[in-house]
Design a protein around this ligand. Structure first.
Ligand code: ACO
Length: 199
């Protein structure tokens, strides 16, 4: 049985959609009444995937909810669907979620000097359905985000990465050497490189 009580097909005209604080997929074109309907459905999807992500990460409170996204001013949730799974009965037709945002952070550089970085790109929450991990879906979702945002992996700060995400970043992007921080963000060697060139 499908997880959602509505047909997700109209919400995913393409496998990956972007959702901002409007709670509408970036592909949406419609009137006000349709927008209300779509935001309600998108909220249900975001809340469900956010909850699965929290369970996978053993968190008491989800990092991603529709309400948090609605209140944010610079966060985006990427959602990935697999419409071929719609009738599989496995409940994994929406297979992935990736929440990103920009934050002003106090960070240490490679020399241990404290710096304030405005609008640092942040990976905030990332989840691929338990039954579908390690089959390349995470890479597809992350790669789409990088090209949409025009972000480089080495310039991303990662909020409390799990072992799986650390492994993912090493495998796909060669990110390994961490610059130690006092907060829960992980940065990699190369994060500050461009800044230095401009100094
Ligand atoms: N154990 C160790 N490494 C893993 C695992 C695992 N169970 N699953 C994925 N990885 C890493 C490995 O490097 C793996 O390569 P390998 O199979 O050759 O060892 C690589 O990711 C696989 O790449 P993809 O198939 O493209 O990634 P996937 O679709 O599995 O998505 C993700 C990666 C999102 C981390 C997924 O595994 C997941 O949802 N994990 C559970 C939730 C989680 O830990 N999310 C990150 C929380 S931290 C944050 O969001 C800031």
């Amino acid at each position: 049985m499908a997880v959602f009580k509505f047909d997700i097909r109209s919400l995913f005209p393409q496998p990956i959609v972007k959702v901002d604080s409007s709670l509408l997929p970036h592909t949406f074109h419609g009137n006000r009444r349709q927008a209300l309907e779509v935001t309600a459905k998108m909220s249900a999807i975001i809340d469900h995937l956010g909850q699965l992500s929290a369970i996978a990460q053993k968190l008491n409170i989800p990092i991603t909810t529709a309400q948090k996204l609605r209140k944010s001013d610079n966060q985006i949730v990427y959602l990935m669907a697999d419409l071929a799974e719609l009738n599989s009965g496995r409940g994994d037709e929406v297979v992935g979620l990736l929440k990103i945002g920009m934050k002003d952070l106090y960070l240490f550089d490679e020399l241990g000097q404290s710096r304030k970085v405005d609008n640092a790109p942040c990976i905030l929450d990332f989840y691929v359905h338990d039954k579908r991990q390690r089959s390349g879906l995470g890479k597809k979702l992350f790669q789409t985000m990088l090209s949409e945002e025009k972000w480089e992996p080495v310039k991303c700060s990662v909020d409390r990465p799990s072992e799986k995400l650390l492994g993912f970043l090493k495998k796909h992007y060669g990110l390994e050497h961490v610059i130690p921080q006092a907060n829960h963000f992980v940065l990699y060697d190369g994060f500050f490189e461009h800044d230095k060139a401009n100094e």
